[in-house]
Design a protein around this ligand. Structure first.
Ligand code: AMP
Length: 116
């Protein structure tokens, strides 16, 4: 895993293209987009992983993350045609940045397979 660049973005130490912000989530454009729209929904509170997230009392925060995903999909104009949400977890899941995040991909018809 690489360093937690998302904490750096949230602290203002690293520039990013932020498309949405509230007290609980920021949404940034992925630096290496895999689709015409590729956004990352990032909780402001640091959780390394979904495992880490489950250990605390997080008051429906992940549910709110889905509400934010829905909101930014509308904002990006891709809600009607559809999109895909992905969470990569751990080594086999291909997680690179150790800060829980949801990928939102869309803007074209995505491939039929999630797994290569
Ligand atoms: P994951 O494999 O789920 O950990 O995905 C991490 C994602 O973060 C990848 O799609 C990267 O392209 C993206 N990423 C890495 N560094 C940055 C950055 N500085 N700003 C925006 N996205 C980034």
């Amino acid at each position: 895993m690489i360093t937690d660049v998302f904490c750096k973005i949230l602290k203002g130490e690293l520039k990013a293209d932020v498309v949405y912000k509230d007290n609980d989530f920021w949404v940034v454009k992925d630096i290496n987009p895999q689709a015409p729209i590729h956004l990352l929904i990032i909780p402001v509170k640091h959780f390394t992983s979904l495992e880490d997230f489950m250990e605390g009392d997080n008051n429906g925060l992940l549910g709110k993350g889905l509400v934010v995903a829905h909101k930014v999909a509308h904002q990006a104009g891709i809600a009607e045609k559809g999109y895909r949400l992905i969470i990569n977890e751990g080594e086999h899941g291909g997680k690179m940045v150790p800060h829980l995040h949801i990928h939102l991909l869309g803007g074209k018809r995505l491939g039929p397979k999630l797994v290569k």
